[in-house]
Every structure is written in structure tokens, then in C-alpha cells.
Design a protein around this ligand. Structure first.
Ligand code: SER
Length: 465
């Protein structure tokens, strides 16, 4: 060591220590000339090399980004629902204590956006083989078992009375799902765009227009353009309507939406879902008319069986579950409109600052597109909406139109037949003398040139050769 003449250290090195609870741990040294160093090599160019890492409050080696979340030195206990079905939302990675799924990914992504580290641990609620009730899970926050709840937790008024929710990270209102079948394309599909009355009025209209055109055309041909334009507009409307009927409207179901379900029995709801409460309390549906369903496969079977065989006519559940359910089951579909606007959020104890910070983080995830990316990773399946399947629906087939072809073909044939009869009649009437002795082929050629020539009439209005 080098001392100055007054007895003090000439180039003092200070020891940098990390205080952990009641203990200390050396990180390195600092001196004015060498900066940070380990003590062994006070060379400034190697100054920060070999320093020991800092252990921050919360037993983490991650450098804090600001305010430290106080969890009294322990991990945030995050309850996650493990239930039958819905592995895409929350599931335990087999053989580990780790969890995966859409809700888990959104939570961890949001947590990483917080300006401070929050050490946490997922704790399962339920065994993954039966159903769990999210309200029971949220109750665990109020009795201090969990510090947060992460999962497919719908934000409802009753639940906001006991916990604080973050902003919703996904919209998921209630919808009705029922079996749908494609309307068979028949030979008379082209009649569907208009009702019988519309066809009748259209027919009458064409007749009236025809008469008007005929009256006008007798005098001057130019006036023909008005009705033609009207016909054109009618044709365009018809085509638009026909296209929609032959594409979108091909799917039909006896259940038209929640209204038609309210007057019938046998509708299902997912066991443990808040949908049961909603149906009984808000829509006054008697419990005896509701069938609880425990898993997606049970739901599929009940819908296929139908009410006649002890199944259900439709299931009422949240859009998020149903979109996933429908993505691989093309024989069912959402009927009618979504009839509640709801969303899923993460639950925290009342007044928790984390709920507010996580809300901000969720908004950031939404704005930077990460929320959508996580959604696509877990919840987008395209089995029923692949381009091939879609094209099949969009393309119009001959069988939808052969009735139309038959009709117009028959009319053409009759018109042509009448015309030929008339021609033959006029031809034979006026050419008797000219054709005597001529061969069949000569007669036929003369007939063709007669047909080809412009019609001429004599003073009495008779057609002449
Ligand atoms: N999203 C539903 C609920 O929170 C899950 O069953 O009740």
C-alpha cells in the first residue's frame, strides 16, 4: 500500500458490497484511478471484468427497472385454473411444474413490460380432469391463498366486488352454437333471391313494361332505352341477392339465435361457467331447462345427438371457447349475434397497484401487436376456413341453375318451333307454283333463302316471297 506524507492512503480502493438481508457479499472494489475492479487486476481496461453479480431484493439477479414490487420477499402466488378441456388457455407442461397456454403467455408477456421485476410462481387450482369454477378460484384471493389469479377469468359485476381486474385482454361475449347444415343447391336455387310475391310482381312488371315497350316501339324505336335500363337495374339487384344466397346463406340452422332458444328447451352451457348464472338470473331461464356440459367432446356428442336423443339443440358459451371448438368442427356454427359484451382479465386483491400496472402493460401488448401474436399462436386453427373449403362454397354449380337453363331452353325451343311452323306455312302458301318439279334439296335451299330474307308484306299485310 502507498501512503501519503500525512499518513493517509495515497490511492485508496473502496470495497463494494451487496447487502442481502442481514448478510453482506463482496462484489468488487472501486478506486479513483482504476474505477471498478476485482482487486486482483486494478488495470482500468479490465476494470469491470470479474466482478460478482448483484443479488437484488426479491432474490433476483435481474437488475430492477425502478420501483420494487413489495411482496415481502416472497414470490407472488398466482393461482391458475386447471380444468378438463381448455388446454389452449391454461395447462401444465407434462412432467413439470411449469404452465403454458394463451392466458399464461399473455400474463408473462405483460409482466415483462412492468418497470420492476415481480417474482412469481404459478399454483394450480383443480386437477385438470374435472371442471373448476373461476368464482371459487377468485375467492382464494380474498382469503389470502393467492396473490393473483391468471386464466380464462371472465370479468363480471359480481366478481369485481371481491377482486380488482386488469383491463380485458380478450373479448369473449356469449354466443349460441348449434348444428348447421348447408342448404342443398337445387335446380330451382335461382328462384330463391326473390319471394313468390316478388317473382309475381316482377313478372307483372315485365308484362307491363313489355306492353309499354310494344306501344312505344310501334311508333318510334328510340324510346326502348328507358325500360331496358330499368330491367338492367333489376337484374343487378337479382344477381347480388342470388350471389349472397348461394354463398353466405347456404348455412342454415333451425336455431336462429338466443331469442329462438329462450322459447325452447335443451340448451347446454359449460359446467362451472358464469353463463349458467347469466341465463338463470338475467334471462330468467329455469335451471331444469339447462344441460351442463363438462368438456368439448361431450358438447360435440350432445349437439350431434340433438334434443330428440337426449342431447341438446344448442350450447351457449363464450366466443373464445366456441371459436376454438368450431375451428375443427365444421358441422356446427355460431347462430345469431353475440348477446353479451364481456372480456377476460387477471384478478388481483382489491386496491392492488399491480392490477393498474398490468392493465397498462396489457394495453401496450395490444398496441404493439404482441397480444394478437399470442392469440394466433394458441387459438387460431383453420381446419374449417381453409381456402379450399371456402372456394367450394363460393363457386356456383350447374345444379343450382339447370332449372333456369331448362326453362329458357324450353321457351326458346317453343318460340323457334312456332317460328318454323309459321315460316313453313307462309312458304308453302306462296311458293306452290314456283316449286313444281323441283327437287327436295332445291326446295330446302329456297326455304332457307326465304327465311333469311327480310320479311316483306303485300298491301293486305300478307307475307310474300
Ligand atoms: N370464463 C369462464 C368463467 O370465468 C370460465 O368458465 O366463468
Amino acid at each position: 500500500m502507498v501512503f501519503s506524507p500525512d499518513g493517509n492512503l495515497a490511492h485508496p480502493s473502496y470495497e463494494i458490497i451487496n447487502v442481502i438481508g442481514t448478510g453482506i457479499r463482496r462484489i468488487g472494489y472501486w478506486s479513483e484511478t482504476s474505477g471498478l475492479h476485482t482487486g486482483e487486476d486494478p488495470n482500468p481496461s479490465n476494470s469491470s471484468k470479474g466482478l460478482y453479480g448483484v443479488i437484488w431484493p426479491g432474490q433476483t439477479i435481474q437488475t430492477p427497472r425502478g420501483w420494487v414490487f413489495s411482496s415481502n420477499g416472497r414470490y407472488l402466488r398466482v393461482g391458475v385454473p386447471l380444468r378438463i378441456g381448455g388446454a389452449e388457455f391454461v395447462s401444465r407442461i407434462e412432467g413439470t411444474e411449469m404452465f403454458g397456454g394463451y392466458c399464461i403467455d399473455v400474463f408473462t408477456a405483460a409482466l415483462h413490460l412492468l418497470p420492476y421485476p415481480v417474482p412469481f410462481k404459478f399454483i394450480p387450482f383443480g386437477d385438470g380432469k374435472t371442471y373448476t369454477i373461476n368464482s371459487d378460484l377468485l375467492h382464494m384471493i380474498t382469503i389470502g391463498v393467492f396473490d393473483a389469479v391468471v386464466g380464462d377469468i371472465t370479468i363480471t359485476t359480481n366478481r369485481t366486488k371481491i377482486v380488482d381486474f386488469t383491463q380485458p385482454y380478450i373479448e369473449s361475449g356469449l354466443v349460441v352454437v348449434a348444428p348447421i347444415k348447408k342448404l342443398k343447391s337445387t335446380a330451382w336455387a335461382f328462384l330463391r333471391p326473390f319471394t313468390p310475391m316478388m317473382w309475381f310482381v316482377t313478372g307483372m312488371f315485365f308484362l307491363v313494361v313489355g306492353v309499354v315497350v310494344w306501344i312505344l316501339e310501334r311508333r318510334m324505336n328510340d324510346d326502348f332505352r328507358g325500360p331496358a335500363r330499368r330491367q338492367f337495374v333489376t337484374i343487378i339487384c337479382y344477381i347480388a341477392s342470388l350471389t349472397s344466397i348461394l354463398t353466405v346463406e347456404q348455412l342454415s340452422s333451425p336455431v336462429k339465435g338466443i331469442e329462438s332458444l329462450l322459447i325452447s328447451n335443451d340448451r347446454g352451457f359449460r359446467r362451472g361457467s358464469f353463463a349458467e348464472n347469466y341465463l338463470t338470473e338475467e334471462l330468467n331461464v329455469h335451471k331444469s331447462r339447462l344441460v351442463p356440459i363438462s368438456s368439448p367432446s361431450e358438447c360435440e356428442k350432445a349437439l350431434k345427438d340433438g334434443p330428440a336423443n337426449g342431447g341438446i339443440a344448442a350450447i351457449i358459451d363464450e366466443r373464445a371457447y366456441m371459436e376454438l371448438f368450431l375451428s375443427t368442427r365444421c358441422e356446427f356454427g355460431i347462430v345469431g349475434q353475440e348477446f353479451t359484451k364481456m372480456g377476460w382479465g387477471f384478478g388481483f386483491p382489491r386496491e392492488s397497484p399491480l392490477a393498474i400496472d398490468m392493465s397498462t402493460a396489457i394495453l401496450k401488448l395490444s398496441e404493439n401487436g404482441d397480444l394478437q401474436r399470442i392469440h394466433d399462436k394458441w387459438l387460431t386453427r383453420s381446419a374449417c376456413s381453409s381456402e379450399g373449403a371456402k372456394q367450394e362454397i363460393d363457386r356456383l354449380e350447374l345444379k343450382s341453375f339447370w332449372g333456369l337453363f331448362l326453362l329458357s331452353g324450353t321457351v326458346c325451343f317453343i318460340a323457334l318451333f312456332c317460328y318454323v311452323i309459321r315460316m313453313v306455312y307462309h312458304f308453302s302458301r306462296h311458293s306452290n307454283n314456283n316449286l313444281e318439279g323441283s327437287s327436295h334439296s332445291a326446295r330446302f335451299l329456297l326455304f332457307l333463302s326465304f327465311v333469311n330474307e327480310k320479311e316483306r308484306k303485300d298491301a293486305k299485310g300478307e307475307v310474300i316471297l
